[in-house]
Design a protein around this ligand. Structure first.
Ligand code: F6P
Length: 369
């Protein structure tokens, strides 16, 4: 049954919020939800909570109409604003003594909401699951440039970030080639390396270093040396923010944390640390480029516009069917939904055994392992 053919139901009151680090296609997703809702229900009241869960805690919202979601398909950022409200702090009262979970439930009840739609990453979906377990009707939508939400093949924002990171490496490629230089481009992803892996392959990087595959600096230098011997005057390393050496990865947790903290004191970020190590080990002079938050900015690429619109429509369908406590996901090219509880608390890591890693190695890309 298409939405156009679908039955039109009565009035619904829907709360919506965007939580955590922003990304492209947040607005496109909200537009999709709202368009879907208007196909399903005769009347819809939308309550947009400002700055994520903070707005829900403090009852800080805007009442929005269909017009507010018009013309935002291509607009970056989020019209609702966002903030990070770590899940592990949900049991700790706010500075002004507010019980966070109770306050969120009170706002939901006061506004007589029929459902809360949460656009968020891992931590935000954990909170969404908590609110669902507390009895609220919740639907989650998988947002993050990192593509690390467990249970979905794709998150919205990821392809747009890959596009920007790829462009950044492409630009470095031409100048590296002109000057016969070695460059490190540091790509976002503290815990997972999906963006680095995809952007690295897409841009023809020679070495890709990601958190899931700890590197050995000797192997990195060997890969650089091999290129020099092949007569290649330049090399490109795509390095994730959370790239980690074998020695540090093998340390017990406490020592590992201390080693990472010590490096953070010494270097602006991991790319500079690796540049220094390469210089020490094989005497090469390395340039570093960090595209940083540009990777979360600007318009979503067409792929993200399509999946976010589909995700939004699916969320409306779940609400119509009163199928709550679900996270909308992409599985085997189909948009479907899984219980929030199934995904909450798990990260989707790159596995060294993933075929994409094996393919990259076949292409001659070194992971420094
Ligand atoms: O979770 C998305 C993300 O962009 C990560 O890739 C990055 O490590 C982090 O957020 C940056 O966070 P912040 O915007 O708080 O600096």
């Amino acid at each position: 049954m298409t939405y156009a053919e679908s039955e039109v139901y009565d009035m619904k009151r829907i709360g919506m919020l965007t939580s955590g680090g922003d990304c492209q296609a947040l607005n496109a997703t909200m537009r999709g939800v709202v368009k879907g809702l208007y196909s399903c229900f005769k009347e819809v009241e939308i309550y947009g909570f400002l700055e994520g869960y903070k707005g829900l805690m403090y009852g800080n919202y805007k009442k929005l109409s269909a017009d507010d979601f018009s013309g935002i398909l291509t607009k970056g950022g989020t019209i609702l604003g966002s903030s990070r409200q770590p899940f592990k702090m949900m049991g700790v009262p706010t500075e002004d003594g507010l019980d966070k979970v109770k306050a969120m439930k009170d706002t939901y009840k006061k506004l007589k909401l029929d459902c809360l739609v949460v656009l968020g990453g891992n931590g935000s979906q954990k909170t969404a699951n908590l609110l669902s377990e507390e009895g609220l009707n919740v639907v989650g939508l998988p947002k993050t440039i990192d593509n690390d939400i467990w249970g979905t093949d794709m998150t919205f924002g990821f392809q747009s970030a890959v596009d920007i990171a790829t462009n950044a490496i492409d630009c470095i490629h031409t100048t590296a080639c002109s000057h016969n230089r070695v460059f490190i481009v540091e790509i976002m992803g503290h815990k997972v390396g999906w963006i680095t892996l995809h952007a690295g392959i897409a841009s023809g990087a020679d070495i890709i270093l990601i958190p899931e595959i700890p590197y050995d600096i000797k192997k990195v230098c060997q890969a650089l040396d091999k290129r020099t011997k092949q007569g290649k005057g330049f090399s490109i390393l795509a390095v994730a923010e959370g790239a980690i050496s074998k020695e540090v990865a093998e340390l017990p947790k406490k020592e590992r944390k201390a080693a990472i903290a010590a490096a953070a004191e010494k270097y602006p970020s991991v790319a500079y640390e690796i540049a220094d190590k390469i210089k020490d080990y094989c005497g090469m002079d390395i340039r570093v480029t960090v595209p940083g938050h540009t990777q979360r900015g600007g318009s979503p690429v067409p792929y993200d516009r399509v999946i976010s619109s589909r995700f939004g429509a699916k969320a409306a369908e779940l609400i119509k069917n009163e199928d709550f406590g679900k996270l909308v996901v992409m599985k085997d090219n189909d948009v479907t939904a899984i219980p929030l509880s199934e995904s909450a608390g798990k990260l989707k890591y790159v596995s060294p055994d993933d075929s994409i890693v094996k393919n990259a190695k076949m292409l001659g890309i070194s992971f420094g392992d």
